[in-house]
Design a protein around this ligand. Sequence first.
Ligand code: HEC
Ligand code: HEC
Length: 228
Amino acid sequence: MLSLSACGRDARSPAARGGGPPPNAATETKAKMTTHFLAASVMLDALVRGDLDGYHGAAAVIAAEGEHGPPWSRSTSVREVAKRAGEATTVRAAADAVAELGVVCGDCHRSQGGPKLDIGAPPSAVATGSLRMARHRWAAETMWQGLMQPSDAAWKTGSEVFANAPLVLDAVAADEPMPKQLEAFTLAARASATAREASSAMDAGDRRRLFGELYTTCAGCHALAKQH
Ligand code: HEC
Ligand code: HEC
């Protein structure tokens, strides 16, 4: 441990760089911006785990950005929505706020240019065990890309894959008592139906509503899976 941190310090010292040029300033700015952009992903991850404290913390980072932050700091609506997100006390309100945030990010990107991230291909549909779960995770992340880039292709592919992804662990389906099984299947049906509706939604307002509805289902089902 001790030697690891000493090593880290050395790596950044001029001697360790062999007296070469200092790190590229543009690269550093880019890395800093990416860290800031990550705040929205941290909000989503926390929401999906049902961790409202973590969600509030990341929302506060966005709400507090000043003029020298990432491009979103130039947008009062981004800061306002992030501030509202910081006050969300239910999963539903938190999901709606992050959906609204995604639309506001997308509005600016549409007019001023923004990320064009490649969504790649979904994980295999024939995977077994917990790997089966990778598919809905990929799908949900791809829908977020669709909302905030914005990208019709990412939105449509993400929602189609989500609608058809398996959501209930075989183990839960097999050994859990009836009420828990029922709850898991009910949530799965609601999530799939929402994603199916999303796959044909073209309007940003509809997408925002459906994204909020879909992200309201995540934490509840994960709590069930964890109890298992
Ligand atoms: C006021 C306009 C504006 C807003 C609002 C905005 N962005 Fe951007 N964003 C840009 C521009 C312009 C770029 C491309 C140029 C750049 O990277 O500086 C960009 C680039 C990005 C990138 C790619 C960065 C990279 O390293 O390639 C990501 C990711 C991103 N934005 C995410 C977001 C998220 C998430 C939000 C909402 C919380 C958001 N943006 C809000 C203007 C905005
Ligand atoms: C009906 C049930 C159900 C719903 C709804 C659901 N999930 Fe999951 N999810 C699961 C199960 C089961 C796992 C696996 C948990 C485990 O292995 O402990 C999982 C795991 C995950 C993981 C972790 C996977 C990994 O690779 O570590 C992520 C991320 C995730 N889900 C995202 C989402 C998002 C985002 C939503 C909502 C848009 C969502 N899930 C909705 C059942 C669900």
